[in-house]
Structure formats: structure tokens, C-alpha cells
Design a protein around this ligand. Structure first.
Ligand SMILES: NC(=O)c1ccc[n+]([C@@H]2O[C@H](COP(=O)([O-])OP(=O)(O)OC[C@H]3O[C@@H](n4cnc5c(N)ncnc54)[C@H](OP(=O)(O)O)[C@@H]3O)[C@@H](O)[C@H]2O)c1
Length: 243
């Protein structure tokens, strides 16, 4: 199969690329960092092709994706996480985060739609942060909630074209993104676990691939509580983090 992965220069996307390549698939790895992409390619030179572009640049994205040709599985994993310091409210931070996570992902989808083979999988990586009002996560969680909503609507609209839309909602995964966090990350898993959960979920046509199971189940249960209780629980977490 032909697999395209954005955000494949590090973290979850990189591991997915290595795992798909080791399974014999042809993989296009995307990101901005050419050296990092070349390092991924060096591990499976016959299976992996590099495509360096910035997903926030619509024209570069279109050109690069068109060059890839037909695609069976596209995993849109590129993402940016920044946390809000409410004492120094920065609207620009919302713009930076939404530009990559929401608008960059939409640039990829626009470029990919004409390239999809029949029964292709469009896989959008959001986050379990989409479920609850976590402290400091206004921009990141908001962007991931937007991505999830868009994905579910696309699931309806792309079904007649035979395109299967799947979302991935990870809990904490050890990557350069979470290495920057200075708070406790319960039930954090490694990239190998995350990659296998995603690959198995795609294979099984799961609509929402959420993991690890216990963490995602707890958050999903919390998300159906009344909002006032969700906010109280979030306040407790914020107090714990600030200690
Ligand atoms: N780690 C977690 O705990 C966790 C939890 C939930 C969801 N997620 C989501 O999983 C995805 C992967 O995260 P990760 O933890 O693996 O993070 P990561 O190691 O920081 O990887 C982020 C990737 O996104 C790419 N990227 C960022 N901005 C880009 C841009 N403008 N154009 C093209 N590529 C861009 C980066 O590549 P370049 O720097 O080469 O451009 C990099 O490959 C993200 O969407 C993240 O929100 C992660």
C-alpha cells in the first residue's frame, strides 16, 4: 500500500513510518526538517521517500502531495502544541497553533482528495485533550476539538466517495512534544505502543482510535458529566499541577 504521513520527522509520525516500511509498504514521510526526514529514509531506503514542505503553505503542500501520486492511507500527524499563560494572554499563540493543526491539516486534505485511491483511509490525529477543558490547553485543545468535529463531518461527506475518515485521539505519548512538558503525564506510553495502536486501528477500520484504553475510557466518562463538574475536576488538576 502507499502511505503518506505528515509529521513523520519525529515522534509518533516517525515511528509510524518505520513500522509501515518494515511491513513492506511504500511510505512518503513529510515534515519541514529535511535532515530528520533523511534519517528516517536511511533506515528503509527502498521503502521510504522524503517530501519536505510546510503544511501551512497551501501551494507547497499541493505541489508536494501531487508529486506523491496515488495514496491508500494518509495519516495527518503534523501538529504544534503551545500552552497558554493566562497572565500574559497571547492571541498570536492561538493563531500559530490553529494555523498548523487546523488550517495546515485542511491544506493537506485539499491536496490529498484528488490523489486518494478507492477505499482510501484519511486518518486525522487529534488528541484526548479535545474532550475536556484542561488548564492552559485553550489553544491546543481547542484546535484538536475543531479537528475532531471536522473529521466527523468529513466522515459523512466523504463516505459516498469511498473514503474512510478515521480519527486518532492519543493520551500522553513520549515524544519531543511531551518532553517539553513540566507536569505529570499519567499513563504516558512510548511511540512504539502508539504506532501499533494506530496501525491496528486503521486496519480494523475503527472510527476513533483512542489510547491507552484506561486513560481514554476515564476521560470519555468524564466528558459526559455535566460541564460544571468537568470544570471542577479541571480546577483540581490545575491546582495539583501548580504545586
Ligand atoms: N505526544 C503526545 O502525547 C500527543 C498526544 C496527543 C496528540 N498528539 C498529536 O500527535 C501528533 C504528533 O505529535 P508528536 O508528539 O509526535 O510531536 P512531535 O514529535 O513534536 O512531532 C510533530 C511533527 O509535526 C511536524 N510539523 C510541525 N509543524 C509543521 C508544519 N508547519 N509543517 C509540516 N510539518 C510540521 C514536525 O515536523 P518538522 O519539524 O520537520 O516540520 C514533526 O514531525 C501531533 O498532531 C500531536 O498534537 C500527541
Amino acid at each position: 500500500m502507499k502511505v503518506l504521513i505528515t509529521g513523520a520527522s519525529s515522534g509518533i509520525g516517525r515511528q509510524l513510518a518505520l513500522d509501515y516500511a518494515s511491513d513492506g509498504h511504500q511510505v512518503t514521510v513529510c515534515g519541514r526538517n529535511n535532515d530528520a526526514l533523511s534519517e528516517v529514509k536511511s533506515q528503509y531506503p527502498d521503502k521510504i521517500t522524503c517530501s519536505a514542505f510546510d503544511i501551512t503553505d497551501k501551494n507547497s503542500t499541493k505541489d508536494a502531495v501531487t508529486k506523491v501520486g496515488n495514496v491508500d492511507i494518509a495519516i495527518l500527524c503534523a501538529g504544534l502544541c503551545e500552552y497558554l499563560d493566562v497572565k500574559d494572554f497571547d492571541a498570536g499563540m492561538f493563531e500559530r497553533v490553529f494555523k498548523v493543526n487546523v488550517f495546515g491539516t485542511m491544506n493537506c486534505i485539499e491536496a490529498l482528495l484528488p490523489q486518494f485511491n478507492h477505499s482510501a483511509h484519511l486518518v486525522i490525529v487529534d488528541s484526548l485533550a479535545r474532550l475536556l477543558p484542561f488548564t492552559k490547553a485553550e489553544a491546543y485543545g481547542g484546535s484538536k476539538a475543531a479537528m475532531h468535529y471536522i473529521a466527523r463531518s468529513l466522515e459523512v461527506d466523504l463516505k459516498p466517495k469511498g473514503i474512510k475518515v478515521q480519527t486518532v485521539s492519543p493520551g500522553f505519548v513520549k515524544t519531543p512534544m511531551t518532553d517539553a512538558n513540566d507536569f505529570e503525564m499519567p499513563m504516558r506510553v512510548d511511540v512504539e505502543f502508539a504506532s501499533q495502536a494506530i496501525i491496528n486501528g486503521i486496519k480494523k477500520n475503527k472510527r476513533d482510535i483512542a489510547f491507552p484504553w484506561l486513560f481514554s475510557t476515564l476521560l470519555k466518562l468524564m466528558s459526559i458529566l455535566p460541564e460544571s463538574i468537568q470544570v471542577k475536576l479541571s480546577e483540581q488538576m490545575a491546582r495539583k499541577q501548580s504545586k
